[in-house]
Design a protein around this ligand. Structure first.
Ligand SMILES: C[S@@+](CC[C@H](N)C(=O)[O-])C[C@H]1O[C@@H](n2cnc3c(N)ncnc32)[C@H](O)[C@@H]1O
Length: 289
């Protein structure tokens, strides 16, 4: 631990923000790497006296901050972690940084299966950092989960995140294309979930550089119209879901109606578009017959 005066620290903080970036990202860096929590920051802004203990030197923190500003690299990748629901998730540029709007997908499951003691079988397709599956595995300790991803590097991170967050063993990871690694679970799945790559090609090309230059293309690009993967997942879902099994999909801000039509075409019922906290139809859900 390094000890510095609050005065020196506040001077340093002001200098960093004068170079660019936002308060939230700097607070994230200070919390994750510097060991200064948001509540520490609040209390020193009210009473700017005394000394502070830092886990890393100001020079080291400044080098990360400069990297963030100069290359537009997301602060979560530079710190190697992010926070999602109540989980601390390791992230590298092999996985998408799980988004706050995706947190709601877990609440959709909670609304469908209110009894956490039920023994269910869940699948997640395209697990990335593992955030969704880990949250569900923890919330439904008597259920079993399987999660797939096309990228073995992502699965290694998801596995580490799972072992860091839980002592349970009700979640297993499989590498492969969407449903393909789950052949032995055909007709056994109560609920499948996916936040697949759904960005249309033209929009992908214009994404901000902090996304396009750092987050995996395979996690974002959904083909020409963005619906390539959603379509594939919906078409094969009936083979894997139990009768009346649920499929929950996240989609781009303007895709919900099209996803609904794809579900109807593939004989799903009880179809619903669920809005995110900004009022966008972000999730489309349905049951197979
Ligand atoms: C939008 S990210 C979602 C990651 C994570 N579930 C989340 O919500 O933060 C999509 C994930 O799908 C994976 N993926 C892309 N194509 C795939 C495919 N054909 N089969 C399986 N997974 C795939 C990517 O590697 C990526 O991890």
């Amino acid at each position: 631990m390094l000890c510095i005066s609050v005065k020196e620290f506040l001077f340093w903080k002001k200098k960093q923000l004068s170079k660019g970036g936002d308060h939230r990202s700097l607070a994230f860096l200070l919390d994750c790497v510097g060991g200064i929590s948001t509540s520490d920051l609040k209390s020193i802004s009210i009473n700017p006296v005394g000394e502070l203990h830092l886990k890393k030197s100001l020079e080291f923190l400044e080098s990360i901050w400069d990297n963030h500003l100069q290359k537009s690299c997301p602060i979560q990748y530079l710190c190697g972690i992010t926070f999602w629901r109540d989980l601390k998730i390791k992230v590298t540029n092999k996985v998408l940084i799980p988004r706050p709007e995706t947190e709601l997908i877990v609440d959709i499951v909670f609304n469908i299966y209110r009894k956490k003691s039920e023994k269910l079988f869940f699948a997640e397709l395209g697990t990335g950092s593992g955030a969704i599956s880990i949250a569900l595995a923890l919330a439904y300790p008597f259920s079993d989960l399987v999660a797939t991803d096309i990228d073995q590097d992502a699965l290694e991170i998801a596995t580490r995140n799972y072992t860091n967050s839980s002592k349970q063993s009700n979640l297993k990871f499989y590498c492969g294309n969407w449903w393909s690694p789950l052949e032995s679970f055909k007709g056994k799945i109560d609920l499948a979930i996916s936040n697949p790559p759904y960005i249309p090609k033209d929009i992908y090309e214009k994404l901000p550089k902090e996304v396009k230059n750092f987050e995996p293309k395979v996690a974002l690009l959904g083909g020409k119209d963005g619906l390539k993967h959603i379509n594939e997942i919906i078409q094969r879902a009936p083979l894997f879901l139990k009768e009346k099994g649920w499929l929950i999909l996240e989609n781009h801000f303007d895709q919900a109606e099209k996803v609904k039509q794809l579900l109807i075409k593939n004989k799903f019922t009880s179809i619903e578009i669920v809005k995110d906290l900004s009022g966008i139809g972000r999730f489309t859900i349905g049951r197979y017959k």
